[in-house]
Ligand binder design. Structure first.
Ligand code: SAH
Length: 357
């Protein structure tokens, strides 16, 4: 049994079943045994591969997108460049390298990395240490009031979700309990009063499961508040749905294979699909403009991944040529990452539509 499983069993025996959000928060972020806290989960030898780890083209295009948005603000110096959950720092390293060609941008950037994992902070230091990043646990800790650019790739899917199950008498919160030697699903005996279920799915048939992420909403709220107080743009890329829908999307992954999310907590990655409609309406409620979501494939094509791939191919050997085209397909094809993954931008009122939307 993993150390975290032992800790969670103890917690449940003492205080009763956990909400799915409590379980997920512990499984990923427990300071001692959480999944992200002690490992580098990315890449072939790890558990999963994210877009920036597939190809440098991803971070490069996002870097040029940031330059464009900076220029649209009149090229302010300083400008806060914030990344939420930077992983290995690959995206930011590629983005800043691509942005070097833009006079004044690198000089203006004040780099803020919002990251809770000590191991990943170390890898980020290796990747972008020369840009004097400041690390923070929370977006709220980043100094406000400055023009701002925010990037978040596969960050929101790692935030805890609550699950509710529809029964004849209302929505009951789904819980994680113990059953013998394993964890098992349970539901709260009483329906939850006023559960925060998105309006379009409130009247779903009995047996439906709805997911909500108060932490996701909270971060969007704080992001949007910043973008109302000072000019800026945020780009969120993640997998999920454009419209709120019911369905259990909680997913465990280990060694590039699906894994029961209740087995081996702390040793597996756990994610849930992002409800872009909820994030968009939270951002709009604060007064920002929302663009998209559009599919990642369309977004990257619009930013010119084709041209970037051709340029890389022109300087490559035959084997690398195949790798470059395979990476482009993986990032953009509908049956790979191109369609399930989506891009959405949030901008200060009046800043215009960003490229790709
Ligand atoms: N953006 C990277 C990594 C995605 S994995 C990439 O595309 O490769 C999720 C990242 O978010 C990891 O860096 C993880 O440590 C971080 N993370 C997860 N939950 C977090 C939280 N609540 N606060 C800050 N960082 C978090």
């Amino acid at each position: 049994m993993s150390a975290l499983a032992a800790h969670l069993r103890q917690r449940i025996s003492k205080n009763g079943p956990l909400t799915v959000a409590e379980y997920m928060a512990e499984a990923l972020g427990n300071l001692e045994h959480g999944y992200y806290m002690h490992r580098d989960p990315f890449g072939r030898a790890g558990d999963f591969i994210t877009a920036p780890e597939v190809s440098q083209m991803f971070g490069e295009l996002l870097g040029l997108w940031c330059v464009d948005r900076w220029q649209a603000m009149g090229g302010p110096d300083p400008v806060n460049l914030i990344e939420l959950g930077p992983g290995r720092g690959t995206l930011m390293a590629d983005a800043l390298r691509a942005a070097e060609g833009a006079p004044g941008f690198i000089h203006a950037v004040r780099l803020h990395l919002v990251e809770t994992s000590p191991v990943l902070r170390m890898l980020q230091e290796q990747a972008v240490g020369s840009h004097a990043p400041v690390w923070l646990d929370d977006l709220a800790d980043v100094p406000a009031g400055r023009p701002t650019l925010v990037l978040a790739n596969e960050f929101f899917d790692a935030l805890p979700v609550h699950q509710f199950e529809k029964r004849a008498d209302g929505w009951h919160e789904r819980l994680v309990d113990i059953d013998g030697a394993s964890f098992a699903w349970a539901v709260s005996p009483q329906p939850t009063e006023n559960p925060p279920i998105p309006i379009p799915v409130r009247n779903s048939p009995d047996g439906s499961i709805a997911e909500v992420s108060p932490s996701g909403r909270g971060i969007i709220n704080s992001l949007a508040t910043r973008l109302v107080a000072a000019p800026g743009t945020a780009l969120i890329i993640d997998y999920g749905h454009s419209e709120s829908a019911v369905g259990d999307t909680l997913q465990g992954v280990k060694g590039h294979c699906y894994h029961d999310p209740l087995a081996d907590p702390g040793e597996i990655d756990i994610t849930a699909h992002v409800d872009f409609a909820v994030l968009a309406s939270s951002a709009e409620a604060v007064g920002t403009a929302v663009h998209g979501p559009v599919s990642q494939g369309m977004f990257l094509e619009a930013l010119g991944i084709g041209i970037r791939a051709e340029a890389l191919v022109a300087g490559a050997g035959p084997e690398q040529m195949d790798e470059i085209s395979a990476a482009r397909r993986r990032l953009t094809d509908a049956d790979s990452m191109g369609s399930l993954f989506k891009a959405m931008a949030i901008t200060s009122p009046g800043l215009g539509t960003p490229p790709g939307f």
